[in-house]
Design a protein around this ligand. Structure first.
Ligand code: HMG
Ligand code: MG
Length: 298
């Protein structure tokens, strides 16, 4: 049976905008985030505290966080690669943080300049500090369905890294298809392998739509009882360190599917579509989302 409701974790302002060539001013990011919250998003990534030399698009996260009018029922989350990032997150009063590793050594090196084992070690002090401060954290595993450098990734590796991150206290372990190569049966196999070692309730999915498979894969995950979905308004996004990666599945496409299936997301599709057009107009191109195009003037 399908879950009756799902939690959508909106990543457009981080995963989306980190990949734009054009720098998006903090005020536009703030308006984007506030519009998303007004549309009913209750968990949102506002940026990341990573090296500004690596990802200059996120260098203004402190400013964005300071300018936001925050709503009480909303979780404003940031991505942190190390202790320095954690300190930035705390100073900016982030509600929660995200730690991240990968199921591919080659990708992890390119993305955060260390091995998978080293990244887990680097996150030890971060998770210890977060625990002590009462800051919840989720964890993400890149390249869980394939790697731009290594190709196929063994499900056992995904399960192993998932277990380690869960044992470090992550409240959610998000399986990321960074380059969008997964298909539904493969998705089910990976989730099955991960669910053998950690509770199904904590497993989340974060799929990019590079090959147009993300929605099909979300349905496969939903049918297995997964209820934690990452998505990105207007289908913005990609990863600067994953060649060829395009955006995440569009939030409006996910919400349209859930609405049609009677699964609650708490999100107002019309407001969401308006927001997709708001950011797309700023970026000077239409949203990639079919739903945003279909509902443009409705
Ligand atoms: P490094 O060069 O190995 O680190 O980078 P370092 O510790 O030697 O530091 C180098 C410089 O960066 C130093 O400055 C540090 O102070 C500074 P310098 O002395 O040269 O002036 N630095 C920082 N500055 C700000 N904030 C920090 C920070 N840490 C160090 N937190 C590092 C290692 C991890 C820093 C680097 O590789 C990095 O920032 N990588 C982030 C890459 C990134 O953001 N990728 C995209 C996000 S992940 C993603 O999109 C995937 C996901 O969506 C899931 C999926 O789809 O797969 C989550
Ligand atoms: Mg991503």
């Amino acid at each position: 049976t399908l879950p009756s409701k799902v939690r959508i974790f909106e990543v457009g302002a981080r995963d989306g905008l980190q990949n734009e060539k054009q720098m998006v001013p903090a005020d536009i990011k703030v308006e984007l985030i506030e519009r998303l919250v007004d549309a009913g998003i209750t968990a949102i990534e506002t940026g990341s505290f990573v090296s500004p030399k690596w990802v200059p698009q996120m260098a203004d996260t402190t400013d964005v966080m300071a300018k936001l009018s925050r709503q009480e029922n909303v979780t404003y989350a940031v991505l942190t690669p190390n202790m320095k990032g954690y300190e930035g997150a705390i100073a900016a009063k982030a509600d929660e943080i995200e730690i991240f590793s990968a199921a591919s050594e080659a990708f992890n090196q390119k993305n955060i300049n260390c091995t998978i084992a080293e990244s887990l070690e680097r996150f030890e002090p971060v998770t210890e500090a977060a625990k002590a401060a009462g800051i919840p954290y989720r964890a993400s595993i890149s390249c869980a369905l394939g790697c731009p450098f290594e190709g196929d990734v063994a499900v056992d590796v995904v399960a192993d890294v998932s277990k380690k991150l869960y044992d470090m206290g992550a409240y959610e372990v998000s399986i990321a298809d960074t380059i969008g190569v997964g298909t539904p049966i493969r998705t089910k196999k990976v989730i099955e392998a991960v669910a053998n070692v950690i509770p199904l309730e904590v497993i989340g999915v974060h799929f990019h739509d590079t090959y147009g498979q993300a929605l099909a894969n979300y349905l496969a995950a939903l049918e297995m009882g997964i209820s934690r979905f990452d998505s990105s308004v207007a289908g913005l996004g990609g990863c600067p360190y994953a060649p060829g990666a395009t955006g995440n599945v569009a939030t409006e496409d996910v919400v349209y599917m859930l609405d049609g299936m009677g699964v609650e997301s708490g999100i107002d599709l019309k407001k969401l579509v308006k927001t997709a057009w708001f950011i797309s107009n700023f970026l000077g191109r239409p949203p990639v989302s079919s739903v945003a195009r279909a509902l443009k003037n409705k």
